[in-house]
Design a protein around this ligand. Sequence first.
Ligand SMILES: [Zn+2]
Length: 366
Amino acid sequence: MDAIQVYIIVRSRDAVRCQEISRRTERQIMLLTCKIRHSYDFDDELAKAKQVAQFAIDNRVQSTKHIKHIGLKSVIANQILRKYSRNRKAKIARRVKLTLPQQGIKQDGTIVRIPSLGVDFDTWKSLGEIKQVEADSQFFYVTYRVDVPPLTKPTAWIGIDVNATKHIAVAALPTGKVIKLGKQAPHIHQKYKAIRKRLQSKGKYGAVKKIKNRESRIIKDINHKISRKLVNVAQQTGCGLRLERLTGIRKNTKKYHKRGNHKLNSWSFYQLQQFIGYKAELSGVAVEYIDASYTSQRCSRCASLGERVNKSFECPSCGHVDHADVNAAFNIGQSLGERDSSEGSTDTPQTATALALSADRRTSLL
Ligand SMILES: [Zn+2]
């Protein structure tokens, strides 16, 4: 089973922050996990769970008869034994969660009861069939089933450039419209980078980490909004979403440093793609990944190799001038190979002077 982990932030009325982790199982259903903060004290149970897990790793047995003395509720112990006895790589049990199977959970509207732990909590929204609940010292992780709608056959593709220099993403619609999203991201990055530098020079490393986490949360929130917006636009226009394939992105971030003047970490682009991927799937929107080569170097009108001068792209062949990211987004949408040279970014400007004007006109910011 390919496990793809995706995090969503859901804000409920009570500002309880949920997080969802999607685990793709089959085509038709998706398992999402919602993360809900709790204030229960599970220290005792978690310590026992760790002992059970360590026993499972050391002895590779699944029977509960040898671990009765530990005193963990058998419904939970069973799950942990099964999980850790199968894990051939684990040597030491770390971060063991209390795991409740479906039969150990009672669902009553948005209220989830766990009789074996004597606790209950509110999920704040109706989640459908809950398959599993895990708990650690801070959160409940509620895994529930979501039915995936059939894929809508796209009439055309929206090209998305996710290494945009000034925005997180630039989307080019088949109509020639351009949507620029996440303009604030570089400023956020610069701001937190400066704060981190200051703290680092004072040797406040704990604070540095805290600031880093805060930045990650903000970027994640922006990525959620951008992915939602893109999927909504695709759904409304009957289009699919087409992105560059970001393989090996974690290892090689050079490209982004070369192209971008804001050096947002590659994980944020990777995260955005993950968000787009699963949200699209939940909305029946098609997503396609294309080879990244030449999307930033070729003209979106005539496919000739052009030149990138600062933020703009200039084609020596047809004289086409455009914002470099916009040109890249149109190339992605047209997927180069299948493009017809008479099509393309129809409302993009002809000259450099027209560029600034029309960039404002065509831009809708998040
Ligand atoms: Zn050209």
